[in-house]
Design a protein around this ligand. Structure first.
Ligand code: NAP
Length: 252
């Protein structure tokens, strides 16, 4: 039980990589709280895990709203005690055109894919500093370092998440709080399925370039996140863990 006595807070935990993180953390003995905008799926997941004796709580909240995030955070702290680990996972893709993208679309996108890394830190750090312990894991992407045409400005948001990871790791190290990023490549979730199915032949091309010959599973990302949340990684901070099956090592 790598996460016994920990309270892990996950954003976007109802589906995909976030769901796998919730499941793995609960299986490793953590109390797990998660937020999402998909209430039906979030409630179903929490009910399923609670029925097996796991301590899991779901609260509906949009990461783009500090008000909702704060309210959800306060509710889960009241239920499970101080948060010892945060996973910033909620995210959306962006395929905008730099000319037609509006100010609002830009702000809305960064409010989901970048700003919550700061907002959750604002909420979780006071207790972590007091406890002189804590782990924050930011789900970044292979796009933080290498991107594709047609993903504007997703690469910028994920690069910023890497930068924020380094800022927080350096500033919070003195409080014994660790901050790391995990950068998935292609992982089979709804987000990826929508992208792969949007063009004929795209899925075949994506599979053909994978060094391991296949797209990854959400559970394969979750296991790395659990390691970074656990006391198995006490000297790991400020790092970016590629979980991309080797794709980031491949030259075009
Ligand atoms: P996903 O399958 O779409 O799941 C994301 C979950 O977050 C969904 O339940 C979604 O709800 C929720 N969500 C979206 N916007 C939210 C908001 N504003 N507030 C709260 N919850 C919100 O996505 P995923 O593929 O698991 O991706 C998770 C993270 O991994 C993202 O940060 C993504 O950028 C990153 N990532 C994914 C891949 C990949 O290949 N899948 C690769 C690299 C990085 P709805 O479905 O209702 O919108």
């Amino acid at each position: 039980m790598k996460l016994a006595n920990k309270h892990i807070f996950v954003t976007g935990g109802a589906k995909g990589i976030g769901e796998a993180i919730v499941r793995d953390a609960a299986a490793e003995g953590a109390k797990v709280s998660f937020i999402d905008i998909d209430v039906a799926v979030g409630e179903k997941l929490a009910a399923e895990l609670s029925a097996t004796g796991k301590q899991v709580a779901f609260v509906k909240a949009d990461v783009a709203s500090f008000e909702q995030l704060k309210s959800a955070f306060e509710q889960v702290v009241a239920k499970f005690g101080d948060v010892t680990g945060v996973v910033n996972n909620a995210g959306v893709n962006s395929h905008a055109d730099p000319v037609t993208m509006t100010d609002k679309q830009w702000d809305d996108f960064f409010a989901i894919d970048m700003k919550p890394v700061w907002l959750t830190a604002k909420l979780a750090l006071p207790a972590m500093r007091k406890a002189k312990s804590g782990s924050i894991v930011n789900i970044c992407s292979i796009h933080g370092r290498l991107t594709y045409p047609g993903f504007f400005p997703y690469g910028a948001a994920k690069s910023a998440v890497l930068g924020l990871t380094r800022n927080l790791a350096l500033d919070e190290g003195k409080h014994e709080i660790r901050v790391n990023a995990v950068s998935p490549g292609y992982i089979l979730t709804d987000l990826t399925k929508n992208y792969l199915n949007a063009e004929v032949g795209r899925a075949e091309r994506a599979n053909s370039i994978q060094p391991l010959g296949r797209i990854g599973q959400p559970s394969e990302v979750a296991k790395v996140v659990t390691f970074l949340l656990s006391d198995k990684s006490t000297y790991v901070s400020g790092s970016d863990w590629a979980v991309d099956g080797g794709l980031g090592a491949r030259s075009a």
